[in-house]
Design a binder for this molecule. Structure first.
Ligand SMILES: [Zn+2]
Length: 345
């Protein structure tokens, strides 16, 4: 069975459950409100001598206590990557995606709030060892906002020099999943250092390797105006923009983005997440009590949403048509922040 058929098969019982819950909700909504029994003009006037209710009258009865857990909603659980190669950009459309690397970090909540104020979404590539319980609220808030969580290894090594590669990726996946219930489908190698073996390993974990083609080198603190000018000078349709919310003081980057976002929109660009840019479908799972404020009704899900029963995303599937032309060649992209500049290396 193809994934599409599997997804459709999984959808049917959920759709029935969803329809039932919606019907129950509608029935509840139509039921009279017991707190304000409106007088029925057709019924005889009440006899003050007999205050007992007339059993034949249609007077509303109080609803029984709700014992069912409530309507089924759906929460984001990941995304489904595809493609055998590394991505540096998306299709040539008026869409761009922003990636913030090296968090979660002290300014990450401010980045999230800035995105909210500007009605924009981004992809946060996180370092696994920083994904501690204290960040849970921030990460859930990112998911609620439609931001995407990505894998940026556990300790931020140069994967061409150190191992084990698979453990760096999988331990970060586990950290993010156990804290948020979300399984990333995008991976960014630190320093942009990767080869075919690293891309294959990522793929075996359901992760697409994602580089960039716009780099303002914000990590080197060139100033807010320079970050803004560099992004706007390099960006083109389908661009993936590299920036940082962690790994050092990121106030310049934070200050640059409201103007960058406004200018991109002024040029007609839609700002999307990296999975959206690359055509990776979001994965949702039903939730009842454990929606954590991010559950959505079925009708509010994106049109390309995949609905799964199990609370984890599937690994990527074969059949890519979007690989980047240079993605098969082991490479360190020009402008990647060099290993020597990483403050902890
Ligand atoms: Zn990094």
């Amino acid at each position: 069975m193809s994934w599409r058929a599997r997804a459709a098969a999984a959808l049917v019982p959920l759709a029935i459950a969803s329809a039932l819950s919606l019907a129950q909700k509608a029935a509840r909504a139509q039921a009279p409100n017991p707190a304000s029994p409106a007088p029925n003009p057709a019924s005889p006037a009440p006899n003050p001598a007999s205050p007992a209710p007339n059993p034949s009258s249609p007077a509303p009865k109080p609803s029984p206590p709700v014992t069912q857990p409530g309507p089924v909603r759906y929460r984001i659980a990941g995304c489904r990557s595809r493609g055998p190669a590394a991505y540096r950009q998306g299709p040539h459309r008026r869409e761009v995606a922003i990636g913030f690397d090296d968090g979660p970090a002290p300014l990450t909540p401010a980045f999230v709030a800035m995105l909210e104020r500007n009605h924009a979404r981004a992809t946060f590539f996180m370092i696994g060892q920083q994904v501690s319980r204290g960040w849970r609220g921030t990460l859930i808030r990112e998911l609620r906002d439609g931001d995407v969580l990505g894998d940026h290894t556990f300790t931020h090594p140069d994967l061409l020099r150190t191992g084990p590669v698979r453990g760096q990726m999988s331990s970060t996946l586990r950290a993010i999943r156990s804290l948020t219930g979300y399984t990333p489908c995008v991976f960014r190698p630190p320093y942009g250092a990767y080869d075919e073996s690293i891309v294959r390993t990522a793929r075996s974990l359901g992760l697409a390797t994602v580089l960039w083609n716009v780099d303002p080198t914000d990590w080197a603190l060139p100033g807010t105006a320079a970050i803004e000018q560099r992004v706007l000078a390099q960006v083109k349709p389908g661009s993936i923009i590299l920036s940082h919310d962690g790994g050092g003081p990121r106030g310049e980057t934070l200050a640059a983005y409201p103007a960058i976002i406004a200018a991109l929109r002024g040029r007609g660009f839609h700002i999307v997440t990296i999975p959206e840019l690359l055509g990776f479908r979001p994965v949702y799972v039903p939730c009842i009590r454990l929606c954590e404020g991010i559950g959505l009704p079925r009708r509010a899900l994106p049109r390309d949403a995949l609905i799964q029963r199990a609370p984890r995303a599937h690994a990527g599937s074969a059949g890519d048509d979007r690989e980047s032309p240079s993605g098969r060649t082991p490479a360190r992209p020009s402008g990647a922040h060099p290993a020597a500049a990483w403050p902890r290396s």
